[in-house]
Design a protein around this ligand. Structure first.
Ligand SMILES: [Zn+2]
Length: 105
């Protein structure tokens, strides 16, 4: 059964621009001091950005030439420390191909 009929607010991944229900994404939030943290509960106040739950998208905005996308989405500079922590977090996700094979998409 599809859940698309539910009134779920749509979110957009900042890496691949894919849209979907909030639960498909992980929210990153910029805290008051400029620190960027993963907001699993999506409840923290602050400017947020969303990324798919797959490793490609995390790598795309954290380790490749598209780093400015994250900075722009959150309107802050991403410190090296933050970036490292986020890369480690992103590494916990499977690549999208693996996700597709398991039929989760
Ligand atoms: Zn994505």
């Amino acid at each position: 059964m599809k859940t698309s009929r539910l009134r779920v607010p749509e979110r957009t991944c900042i890496a691949c621009r894919k849209t979907g229900p909030k639960l498909n994404f992980v929210r990153l939030v910029r805290l008051s001091k400029g620190n960027i943290v993963v907001d699993e509960e999506a409840k923290k106040a602050g400017r947020g950005a969303y990324l798919c739950r797959n490793r490609e998208c995390w790598e795309k905005v954290l380790t490749t030439g598209r780093k400015e996308q994250l900075a722009r989405a959150l309107r802050t500079n991403v410190s090296q420390e933050n970036r490292t922590a986020l890369v480690q977090y992103g590494m916990t996700f499977p690549y999208a191909e693996a996700v597709a094979e398991r039929g989760l998409e």
